[in-house]
Each structure stands twice: as C-alpha cells, then as structure tokens.
Design a protein around this ligand. Structure first.
Ligand SMILES: NC(=O)c1ccc[n+]([C@@H]2O[C@H](COP(=O)([O-])OP(=O)(O)OC[C@H]3O[C@@H](n4cnc5c(N)ncnc54)[C@H](OP(=O)(O)O)[C@@H]3O)[C@@H](O)[C@H]2O)c1
Length: 320
C-alpha cells in the first residue's frame, strides 16, 4: 500500500504532535473501536478484520438481536475477540444521546469512532424527531454521536474519527430548507445530500480540531460499490421494476463486503495515516471530493445548524 508521506495534513497541527507522528512508524497497539451499524455489510466485515488484528470492537446497532448475532459470529470466528454491543438507533436522537452517555460513563477508552451505519434511497420518511430520514440517520445521528463523544475521544492518544461517506455525494447539494421537509423530495439527491454532509462534517471537524494537539484526526471515505443490504429500498416490493433490473445488472461489477471494508480498516488501523486529517479516501488512497464539498462557508453553516438542531431535539426530549 502506498505510504502517505506526500499527503500532508490539509490542516496545520502542532509541532509537538508532528514530532510524535514522525517517530510512530510501527503499527499502533490495540485500539478500542466503536462501529455504528457493525452488524452487517461493510461494518461487520471491518469489525471482524479489526478483531483479527487484535483490536476490540463495540457494535453500536439499532437491532439488539442482530447485534448479538453479529457479535456471536465474530466470537465464533475469533474466540479471543473482544467484542461487545450497544443499542444505538440513529433515527432517534434520544437513543443517540443514551448511547453516547453509556460510552462516556464506561471506563473503556474510545480510540476510534467508525461512523459506518447508513440508509440509501428510501421513500420519504422521517426520524423520531421529524427530520428527513437519510439526512437524520446518515448525518445528524452521527453528528450528535461524534460531537458528544469528542471529549472522551480526545483523551486517547492518536485517536481517529472515520466516516463512511460515498461517491454519491456528487449528486447531493446541501439544501438547508430540506432537513424537515418532504417538498420536492427525491430519494437519490437526498442520499447524496446526506453523504455530502458526511464529508463536509469531516472537513469542518478537522478544521475545528486543527489547533488542538490532543484532537483526533477526522477522515471520510468511499468504500466502492459493495454487495450489501444497502439496496434494500431498491429491491423492495414498492420500488419500480427498472430499479430492480438496474441493481441486478450492477451486481457483477460490485465489491464483496470484505473488499468494501478495506478502506475503513485502513483508516482505522494503519500507521500510514497517523496524523493525517481532513481527507477523503477511496481504495486506501486520498482523492479529491467534489468542488462543492470544499465550500467552507456551507460546511461551517452546516456544522452550526446541525449543532442547533440536535441541541433543540435533545433539550425537548429531556423535557418530555
Ligand atoms: N454498499 C455500497 O455500495 C456503499 C457505497 C457507498 C457508501 N456506502 C456506505 O457504507 C455504509 C455501510 O453500508 P453497507 O453497504 O454496509 O449497508 P448495510 O449492509 O445496509 O449496512 C448498514 C448498517 O447501518 C445500520 N443502520 C441503518 N439504519 C440505522 C439506524 N437508524 N441506526 C443505527 N444503525 C442503522 C444497519 O442496521 P440494520 O441491519 O438493523 O438495518 C446496518 O448495520 C453506509 O454509510 C453507506 O452509505 C455503501
């Protein structure tokens, strides 16, 4: 795999941090990795590979039965695996708050947060707090989880935040009027918006953390087109027949979940990306995202608006 010496941080880091990075060429020691949606698909394969490398994983999932079954499959494959589960429904900010509290209260560190869970191209639906579902699950839920856990993540030396975005961000646009609205809703642009938000949040977070020597790195990735359950809404009984045909025709050109997990595993565990932050990766290499994703004004506004939206939702849940 190509080394990343030429890929300097897109944001400045402190001199002491850079010096520490320079001497840490060896593979990092065992890490505790929290993976959202680790019960299936790319997240499951990443979890399995990471425990094989000696890391411990927490599968943060919305379905406790699926999470327990996934943990059992990991244990069966790797009997020494350190794996546990945590209830997390990203479509309910109350559940996200509870999961964050439980992680903050636990003595176990958080060395890496892998924001992996996602939904794609669903019909118009809303989260518990009334947000458009794809924006709510893919972006807002992860935004609240990440920002809530930041103080604890910062306490781990060399910590990382890795977010699974998508090349589909190319057909997204951040429309600040759409977050709670069904007006002009279309499945694919809404998916694109949520994945663009993953990337812009990553870049903005990296910028905001750049001057803090104890801060984690933040990177995003495209996993490839991968044969997982992500296409569940495309092959449902209600979806148009041409969508089912198109999905079927793409299958031979897709990656296996194991192949699709490689860039996540790389960003979570490789010493090559120690200290690298604010980048977007594909096939374990940094690449450019779309020009729109580098709009710092929109990214700053998205961060601030997301903060206001989740704070209001959490406050009203606490009052209920
Ligand atoms: N597959 C691809 O071709 C592809 C391409 C680009 C990007 N991605 C991204 O890769 C990531 C992983 O997707 P995948 O392909 O592995 O899909 P997947 O097999 O459908 O897995 C998605 C995971 O997210 C979980 N999830 C969905 N809604 C959730 C919620 N409200 N709260 C908590 N967890 C939730 C699912 O839980 P359940 O099992 O309970 O539903 C599942 O564990 C996603 O972010 C996706 O956008 C995938």
């Amino acid at each position: 795999m190509r080394a990343l010496q030429s890929t300097t941080r897109s944001v400045p880091r402190s001199a002491s941090r850079r010096a520490a990075v320079a001497v840490s060429a060896a593979a990092p020691g065992p890490k505790r990795v929290v993976i959202t949606g680790g019960n299936t698909g790319i997240g499951f394969e990443a979890a399995l590979e990471l425990v094989k490398k000696g890391h411990s994983v927490t599968l943060a999932c919305r379905d406790d039965g699926k999470a327990a079954a996934a943990a059992a499959r990991i244990k069966a494959a790797v009997p020494s695996a350190a794996v546990d589960t945590l209830h997390l429904d990203l479509a309910d900010l109350g559940s996200v708050s509870d999961a964050a509290k439980s992680l903050l209260d636990s003595p176990a560190p958080i060395d890496v947060l892998l924001n992996n869970a996602g939904v794609m191209a669903c019909p118009y639906m809303t989260t518990k707090q009334g947000f458009e579902y794809q924006f709510g699950v893919n972006h807002l839920g992860h935004f609240l989880l990440t920002t809530s856990l930041l103080p604890k993540i910062k306490a781990s030396e060399g910590a990382r935040i890795v977010s699974v975005a998508s090349a589909a961000h190319a057909f997204g646009k951040i429309d600040f009027d759409s977050f709670r609205s069904s007006k002009d809703y279309k499945e694919w642009p809404a998916y694109g918006q949520s994945k663009l938000a993953n990337i812009m949040f990553t870049y903005e977070l990296a910028r905001r953390l750049a001057s803090d020597p104890s801060a984690p790195t933040a990177n995003a990735l495209h996993p490839g087109v991968v044969r997982t359950e992500l296409g569940r809404y495309l092959v449902s009984d209600d979806s148009p027949f041409y969508m089912k045909i198109m999905w079927g025709m793409m299958t031979p050109f897709t990656k296996s979940p194991e192949q699709g997990a490689q860039t996540s595993i790389y960003l979570v565990s490789s010493p090559e990306v120690e200290g690298v932050s604010g980048k977007y990766f594909d096939n374990c290499r940094p690449i450019s995202s779309t020009p729109a994703s580098y709009d710092t004004d929109v990214a700053r506004r998205l961060y601030d608006v997301s903060q206001e939206l989740v704070a209001a939702a959490v406050d009203s849940a606490a009052m209920a």
